[in-house]
Write a protein that binds this ligand. Sequence first.
Ligand code: ADP
Ligand code: MG
Length: 236
Amino acid sequence: LSEKQELDQLEERCQQPLVGTDTMQQFDELPISRKTISGLKRANFIKMTDIQRKALPLGLCGKDILGAAKTGSGKTLAFLVPMIEMLYRQKWGPMDGLGALVISPTRELAVQIFEVLRKIGREHSFSAGLIIGGKDWKIERELITKMNILVCTPGRLLQHMDQSAGFDCDNLQLLVLDEADRILDMGFKKTVNAIVENLPRHRQTMLFSATQTKSVKDLARLSLKDPEYVAVHEKS
Ligand code: ADP
Ligand code: MG
């Protein structure tokens, strides 16, 4: 199978988002590129968790997602896989600029997401950077202009949006708000709203949260368009 044939197949399978996906168990049953499947396998990700089984078929087909599942349920791959696949299918390259943005409440969580991205994306050629402060401002400012994917904490990202000339989000295709409940608990509501206002309206957005509070729903209303609600409840 050539790369062109693979891309055509992926495209075609995504025309019918929901067909047969309710019985799928493994990542390699989904319309996902060989490069990503291989990255997942090397990291020992074979079988999907519940939230991944529910969210991936939708996310891969470009839907906005409001996802709820408790900590430890596997939400990271539920957004990283569609993100990588979207850029791959669009043949995203160095000249295309920032294509995807992940916002995480804390530095530690951002670093964890970045590590998973590095593992499963190892066969892809996108550039990815971490913007979490604590690094030299000039180095970050330089970095952000060259990256296809950024994983950020809210405060630091907004600081760059306000102060770094040359930081351009006009081409952004996908936004992820991870651990949205914690982002709001930490007092980042205004910051996130200001970030979202700086982004192109035509984009895919995925919002994940462990809990669905009123403020999470408010943020969802502001940032998502006709979202699919995907929830996994604890079994007793
Ligand atoms: P959450 O964001 O929902 O708290 P994470 O994405 O951090 O959950 O995943 C929790 C743990 O489960 C991590 O250690 C991760 O490596 C592991 N994990 C996630 N998805 C899978 C999977 N499909 N197969 C095996 N382990 C997984
Ligand atoms: Mg998480």
